[in-house]
Design a protein around this ligand. Structure first.
Ligand code: ADP
Ligand code: MG
Length: 145
């Protein structure tokens, strides 16, 4: 499965995240990739809203994992500052991935071997030729990643 979306504002990216949050199921893992400042946290805010989470979402850059409760738990990871697989192991990430909530991992691309084979990959890219607020958002899973 591979789908490409285009957004032209943070609001549109948030709305796409919300839609995907509404459709999310327990034990799904979403790997959210793209350069710094591309919109991963913006997407996550919408995603959390789609899960019925009312809390303010902050980037887990320093805490590594933030946990929220909506119609099911959301485990929001940012593994940018993790330096090796052992360090990620120490977070107990597997219990989250295979638990009853949904995991969303910013910078999952840094640990490809630790991401589940059936993870849903969301890659956000800029293209300045199409404007400063343009984002191409590619959603893929399985063979098509
Ligand atoms: P990341 O988490 O990937 O480092 P953030 O989500 O924190 O990035 O920041 C993205 C920034 O890009 C925000 O300031 C947001 O307003 C801006 N932005 C501009 N256009 C878009 C868009 N189409 N989608 C998402 N964010 C956008
Ligand atoms: Mg972020």
């Amino acid at each position: 499965m591979k789908k490409v979306w285009e957004t032209f504002s943070p609001q549109e990216t948030e709305a796409l995240g919300e839609k995907m949050g509404q459709d999310a199921k327990p034990a799904q893992v979403f790997c959210l990739d793209g350069d710094l400042g591309v919109g991963k946290t913006v997407f996550t805010k919408g995603f959390a809203r789609g899960l019925g989470i009312m809390e303010h979402i902050t980037s887990p850059t320093f805490t590594i994992i933030n946990e929220y409760m909506g119609r099911m738990p959301l485990y929001h990871f940012d593994v940018y500052r993790i330096s090796c697989e052992e360090e990620l192991d120490d977070t107990g990430y597997e219990e989250y991935f295979y638990g009853e909530g949904v995991s969303l991992v910013e910078w999952g691309v840094l640990f490809p071997d630790l991401m589940p084979k059936d993870a849903i990959h969301i890659n956000i890219e800029k293209d300045f030729s199409k404007g400063e607020d343009y984002r191409r958002i590619t959603v893929s899973q399985g063979e098509d990643v």
